[in-house]
Design a protein around this ligand. Structure first.
Ligand SMILES: [Zn+2]
Length: 348
């Protein structure tokens, strides 16, 4: 199918990791049904149509002790192995969101590892995730998703202190000149996971992150789940950072129109490839080319044709191909546009 073939495609990881469990509960995503563990790729599935560099501007890697993702043979892949497989697939830049207190702290704890050659393509966004904000304040009411809230020991750290750790990680990165922290995120509002009682906590945390991004002049990555109007209202009330990204855009043409009007970016993840998501697809068409970004938000939201398996940065080319078809340009042009846009946002 491809005009730039052949490329040896890295194996797709199987489900069944600590990461899957941990992140499913923390981030509010669940893996799709129909996982086929260990299924080998056929030749038709071996690659994407585009070539040229890709920029995964929002993903997660298993960086905490005990976290992993397995490959198709069941072997646990380190973050380093995932990064090198992504490089084989043309991914030249990755922004990893470190959005829990332990993840934020890991940036200084594992400084040597992250400044090493294996992480040369990897940069970080830091924040306290919207779904963590209420827990840091001891608010544990069940949200509309019906999932019982739990509180980890590190979520007993007061919210203000946790956000101070985010600021400190961003400032340390700048002070060291490593430039590894390139954004604040993900922050925002999640009305699917959070009960009425937690909404104020989320807004308080969101506003604090917006101010932090402005103070440090860093781009902001927004998590907006079933909260479009309130996200936009808060940004307008307090003033959005110079570079604002709606990560994993989940809106429609109307929201895209508002983003475009304000010069905010929409970052599209693998769920844009799902046939039912016609609203998100309409959003793609409404966004000006210079405000479109791509991401994986791995390990969830795996693009077609791999939906149902764990996601990883090396699958981002499928989302790029899909978007190219949707807007009617060549896959290489889509890659070049989104790469240039992401460089503009993150300066890397
Ligand atoms: Zn994310």
């Amino acid at each position: 199918m491809g005009k730039h073939k052949p490329r040896l495609w890295p194996p797709v990881p199987v489900v069944g990791s600590a990461l899957e469990k941990g992140m499913a509960s923390e981030r509010g995503f669940t893996l799709e049904e129909g996982v086929v563990p260990g299924r080998e790729l056929s030749t038709e599935e071996e690659g994407t149509r585009g070539s040229g560099p890709l920029f995964d501007n929002h993903t997660h890697l298993p960086l905490l002790p005990g976290e992993f993702i397995s490959d198709s043979s069941g072997k646990r892949l380190s973050a380093e192995e995932q990064i090198s497989r992504a490089a084989l697939a043309g991914v030249e830049r990755i922004v990893v969101s470190q959005c829990s207190l332990p993840e934020v702290q890991t940036l200084s704890e594992q400084r040597e590892r992250f400044s090493g050659a294996a992480f040369a393509t990897v940069y970080f966004a830091v924040a306290i995730h919207p779904n963590d904000a209420p827990r840091h304040l001891g608010i544990l009411e069940t949200g509309p998703d019906g999932v019982a809230q739990t509180r980890e020991s590190w979520q007993e750290t007061p919210l203000e202190e946790a956000i101070a750790a985010v600021e400190s990680a961003a400032r340390q990165s700048a002070a060291r000149g490593s430039g590894k922290v390139v954004a604040i995120g993900e922050t925002g509002l999640d009305y699917f996971r959070t009960a009425e009682a937690g909404k104020d906590a989320q807004k308080q945390a969101f506003e604090a992150h917006v101010e932090l991004a402005k103070m440090l002049d860093l781009p902001l990555q927004i998590h907006d789940r079933e909260a479009h109007a309130d996200c936009v209202a808060l940004l307008k009330r307090v003033g959005a950072p110079r570079r604002t990204v709606f990560h994993c855009f989940s809106g429609d043409a109307e929201l895209a129109g508002i983003l475009a009007e304000n010069g905010w970016y929409a970052s599209f993840a693998g769920n844009v490839t799902y046939p039912a998501n016609t609203d998100i697809q309409a959003g793609v068409l409404e966004m000006p080319a210079e405000l479109r970004l791509i991401e994986t938000d791995a390990p969830y939201l795996t693009p077609a044709p791999y939906r149902g398996r764990p996601n990883a940065s090396y699958l981002i080319g499928y989302t790029a191909d899909f978007l190219a078809d949707l807007v009617g340009i060549e896959p290489d042009e889509l890659r070049a546009q989104t790469f240039a846009n992401a460089r503009e946002v993150y300066g890397i």
